[in-house]
Design a protein around this ligand. Structure first.
Ligand code: ATP
Length: 359
């Protein structure tokens, strides 16, 4: 059921995070105003900066409050200079992923006219869906005795997570067909010719596919499928795969469409959704006003599409479509930020998108 007001938690984070979230909020507000949607935005502090000052990366009360929001928009978290005693970076976004069971990472990769790419491709519009809680990461908390001769990692595929993952993939294929004009097709990437766990993954995929006869499917081995991101990316619509295969192929897909500055993402469960750019906190350009806001703006559009699905609210789809159109127009005509070869700033790009949305 559509809501009168959506509660959105903002987690700007570190580095360029606050700059790109501010930009995305301006665009989001302009987009929802067109449709008469009310947003209640609340900002929470989390990340390396907070850890430096307080010794914790996110307050427990805030982590709970974020879980009660209708959706979350996150900037970027972590700084290479701020580390925990074990040497790892501060990453409360990973804690949130685990805490709220966000098992699917959605990484749409669309080639926009005006964005330089090194790949010979014309119409690329794909969505890579990576499982994020099991697969080859399943055993990362397993206890292990120190061993200097051999070390193993565990790859586990469960039916319950795989069924949920594939349901998300088929729903996304249908939603994209309705709102993006994509064919409504799902490709599974696996290594079912060698790994038993992956043969099981394919079996569950086949079962779920039978429940969605209106969506065409393909199954490819991960090696051949990876090559096709470069040689024939147009063949893909929705691509779904195991954790580490998805980690790698989603970055290849982002590279095909012009890099991290234009690559949005969303981590979702059946109930919760956190949307964020695929890039990190980019401390090398933080505070200079040149961060590309497009990945975060497109993440905000994804957030609206997810809210549309969760609450059966067509207004959110309309607002998301308007934001994507306005962003595509500015990518084509400029201004563009320096990472895309332009001379624009975060502010000039954002101003241009907001103006395009108001017209
Ligand atoms: P993480 O491990 O947190 O994902 P990373 O170390 O891989 O981060 P990023 O912080 O994403 O790296 O930055 C990689 C490079 O891309 C840097 O040179 C950075 O300046 C650039 N970059 C990242 N995001 C943007 C952006 N939005 N606009 C312009 N340049 C960016």
């Amino acid at each position: 059921m559509s809501k009168s007001t959506y509660q959105i938690a903002l987690l700007p984070g570190d580095g360029i995070g606050p700059e790109v979230v501010d930009a995305a909020v301006r665009v989001l507000q302009a987009g929802v105003a067109r449709e008469g949607i009310e947003l209640e935005l609340k900002t929470y502090e989390a990340g390396a900066g907070l850890y430096q000052r307080t010794g914790e990366s996110m307050a427990e009360a805030d982590a709970q409050a974020v879980g009660r929001a209708d959706a979350v928009l996150l900037g970027a978290m972590g700084l290479p200079t701020v580390r925990k005693a074990d040497g790892t970076e501060i990453a409360p976004q990973i804690d949130l992923r685990e805490r709220y069971g966000l098992f699917a990472s959605l990484r749409p990769c669309e080639l926009f006219p005006g964005v330089p790419t090194r790949v010979k491709a014309e119409k690329v519009n794909m969505l890579v869906i990576r499982e994020t809680t099991e697969g080859l990461f399943a055993g990362r908390h397993d206890k292990q005795e120190p061993n200097d001769e051999a070390v193993s990692d565990r790859l586990t595929i469960t039916r319950v997570t795989s069924e949920k993952l594939f349901e998300v993939a088929f729903q996304q294929a249908k939603q994209r067909r309705a709102t993006h004009g994509t064919p409504g097709h799902v490709t599974l990437l696996d290594k079912s010719n060698v790994l038993r766990s992956n043969a099981f993954l394919r079996k569950v995929f086949d079962e779920v596919a039978e429940r969605h006869p209106d969506v065409e499917t393909a199954r490819l081995y991960i090696d051949a499928g990876s090559m096709m991101f470069v040689t024939n990316p147009e063949r893909y619509d929705v691509v779904v795969t195991e954790n580490v295969f998805g980690d790698i192929t989603s970055e290849i897909a982002a590279g095909v469409v012009g890099g991290l500055g234009v690559a949005p993402s969303g981590d979702v469960s059946l109930k919760h959704g956190i949307f964020q750019p695929s890039h990190g906190s980019a401390p090398d350009i933080a505070g200079k006003g040149v961060a590309n806001p497009v990945a975060t703006i497109l993440s905000a559009a994804m957030m609206l599409e997810w809210l549309a699905q969760q609450h059966d609210d067509a207004r959110c789809t309309e607002a998301a479509t308007a934001i994507r159109r306005a962003t595509a127009a500015i990518l084509q005509d400029g201004p563009r930020t320096p990472d895309l070869g332009g001379k624009g700033t975060t502010e000039s790009v954002t101003d241009a998108i907001v103006t395009a949305l108001k017209n």
